[in-house]
Ligand binder design. Structure first.
Ligand code: C5P
Length: 251
């Protein structure tokens, strides 16, 4: 029936519809692809724009969290968000580790390079020297490292940018990285993932809960991710207390 319905005063409709708050929690977000320099001019990079990570940081701040974003994007952040600017996977790892012990929620939305040039030349490589052979070396897997040192009460969210077998790849990543949630997107689909203002994701939790988020703007996807974080923390109440008096957390 399409008749407007009247609710008696005091009906608890609003609180159920309102986004679940994150007041008192420390949230650490990592955003955008890294750039791995080959020499002063050229780098190895990827298409990650940082839009999704920044939307998550802004949404977490709007919900009352104390937010730090580690980002390679020179993008403005919401009032009260601490931004740490980095460029390479090594710098990102250092910045993340400086804040991760104090964080209640860590969201690893960045596309970290898996490989970097093994040698960083001091000078620009000249054409006259012939076609260079570029040797790569692996970077540390920051998310897996955090998964291994995860303390009780910490919620770890990883991302998976896939071009095939979304569900299987995301499930494998949950286990391999020790994450509580994996947000997977099929970056080969139209309007999804890298550089777009919209995203479509599958959120998988370690306890087997899956949510399909249809094509939406990245702020709406951010809301869905943070809702999943709140439910994950409610389902597995680890110590439930915000991380107030952790040494070194008050930076
Ligand atoms: O293994 P894959 O790169 O697909 O895993 C994606 C997740 O792992 C993302 O959350 C990404 O930020 C994280 N990751 C990382 N350090 C790396 C590679 C990936 O933290 N060196």
């Amino acid at each position: 029936d399409l008749m407007p319905r009247e609710f008696p005063a005091g009906t608890a409709v609003e609180p159920l519809l309102a986004p679940q708050h994150l007041a008192g929690l420390r949230v650490l977000v990592r955003a955008r692809g890294t750039r791995e320099p080959l020499e002063p001019v050229r780098f190895l990079g990827n298409r990650s724009s940082g839009k999704q990570g920044h939307a998550i940081a802004d949404e977490a701040a709007a919900r009352g969290a104390k937010v730090t974003i580690v980002t390679t994007a020179g993008r403005p952040v919401a009032a009260g968000v601490e931004a740490l600017a980095v460029e390479t996977a090594a710098e990102m790892e250092q910045a993340v580790l400086s804040r991760s012990d104090a964080a209640d929620v860590v969201v690893m939305a960045a596309a970290v390079a898996d490989f970097r040039p093994a040698v960083r030349h001091d000078q620009k490589i000249k054409k006259a020297g012939g076609t260079p052979e570029i040797v790569l070396e692996p970077t540390p897997d920051i998310l897996a490292g955090l998964g291994r040192r995860k303390r009780p009460g910490q919620t770890l969210v990883g991302f998976a940018a896939e071009t095939e077998d979304l569900r299987a790849n995301a499930g494998a990543k949950l286990a391999a990285k020790g994450a509580d949630l994996i947000v997977a997107n099929d970056v080969s689909a139209p309007s999804v993932g890298f550089e777009h203002d919209t995203n479509q994701v599958l959120i998988m939790s370690g306890s087997g809960i899956e949510r399909d988020i249809p094509l939406s703007d990245k702020r709406a996807v951010a809301r869905a991710v943070l809702d999943a974080v709140v439910s994950s923390r409610a389902t597995h109440p680890p110590d439930l207390l915000p991380n107030d008096n952790h040494p070194g957390s008050d930076t």
